[in-house]
Design a protein around this ligand. Structure first.
Ligand code: MEV
Length: 328
């Protein structure tokens, strides 16, 4: 028998894409990892007919198709996918029409820079509402999060939702799902944040236009990206971090060819490399956003982070999170 709680609570991690972003949309593999930054969501029953959502960046209340702004710029667009996801759970769990919800979110994930904050928000929200109603199922949560993410960008590969739900490092492709990857060596990684927010949907569309304009050249880049992912998997399995760094630099060249890098991201990548990183690249959709750098040791990763900070940007060291979605 399932019982109904008064509150559902769940948290889900941010992510990095080590290899293969954009190409993963077209069926290629990508290597991703969830990291030690999370969003926590709690859900309670609310006033009849109203779904109120409060996050660190926006707050508002939905009642059917009506939206009432509480605070935040662009609040409706930010909160709508969360509303959709929560409503879907109510419908699938056959809750009476007009069931109200109060959803609260708090996060230490920089948003809009490619670290998977929207996927994590969706995964944690769906899990929190499911928990409120008495039962959670990871597979279903992941699928519902992907469906809701497709409101944000309709061609989502689903990779971000997978890694946020299942955690750890994964080798993912749209056709074959994911398998867990263990690195034989410690990975000392740093995120550098350009602070420039991007629109994933627009960047994915710009890559699609490029693909349609030049199918042959795009197929060539797909083949190179796939080869890099397969080599990276071997490098992870054998603990060859030097090779991994080199492959990150090669991956960045492909992203440059796709036109998704940005002068500020290039600047951070240069700083990371000249501060001793083995390799560096943008992570996620690009167009500004965040970069990741790989270092050979803790000391080196501290130096890379310090180099980026000295140039006036934010930077932090990261660890891989093994838990993924946590429901409590
Ligand atoms: C966004 O984090 C990653 C992209 O590859 C898009 C996707 O996989 O849906 C750019």
């Amino acid at each position: 028998m399932t019982t109904t709680a008064t509150k559902g609570k769940a948290s889900a991690p941010a992510k990095i894409i080590l290899f293969g972003e954009h190409f993963v949309v077209y069926g290629n593999p990508a290597i991703l990892a969830s990291i030690n930054r999370r969003i926590t969501v709690s859900a309670r029953k609310g006033k009849e007919g109203k779904v109120t959502i409060r996050s660190d960046i926006a707050a508002g209340e939905f009642e059917g198709s009506t939206f009432r702004l509480i605070e935040g710029a662009n609040a409706r667009a930010t909160l709508e996918p969360i509303y959709f996801a929560a409503r879907q759970v109510l419908v699938s769990r056959k809750q009476p029409a007009g069931t109200g919800l109060e959803i609260e979110m708090s996060s230490d994930i920089p948003y809009g820079v490619g670290l998977g904050s929207s996927a994590a928000a969706l995964v944690a929200t769906i899990a929190a509402v499911e928990e409120l109603l008495g039962k959670t199922d990871r597979k279903k949560i992941c699928e519902s999060a992907i469906e809701a993410e497709r409101i944000i960008h309709k061609n989502s590969s689903g990779a971000d939702c997978y890694v946020s739900t299942y955690g750890g490092m994964i080798f993912y492709s749209r056709g074959e799902g994911y398998k867990k990857v263990e690195s034989k060596s410690d990975l000392f990684m740093v995120i550098g944040n350009t602070g420039i927010k991007h629109n994933t949907g627009e960047l994915v569309s710009s890559v699609r236009r490029l693909k349609e304009a030049n199918q042959m050249a795009f197929q060539g880049l797909m083949a190179q990206s796939k080869d890099i992912c397969n080599q990276a998997l071997n490098a992870l399995n054998s603990g060859n971090v030097d090779h991994l760094g080199m492959l990150m630099n090669e991956n960045q060249l492909l992203l440059e060819r796709l036109g998704v890098t940005h002068e500020k991201a290039d600047e951070l990548i240069d700083i990371a490399r000249s501060s001793g990183a083995l390799g560096a690249k943008i992570t996620g959709a690009g167009g500004g956003g965040a970069i990741i750098a790989l270092a050979a040791s803790k000391q080196d990763s501290e130096r890379v982070a310090a180099g980026i900070k000295a140039a006036g940007y934010s930077a932090f060291e990261i660890e891989i999170d093994s838990k993924g979605l946590v429901v409590n």
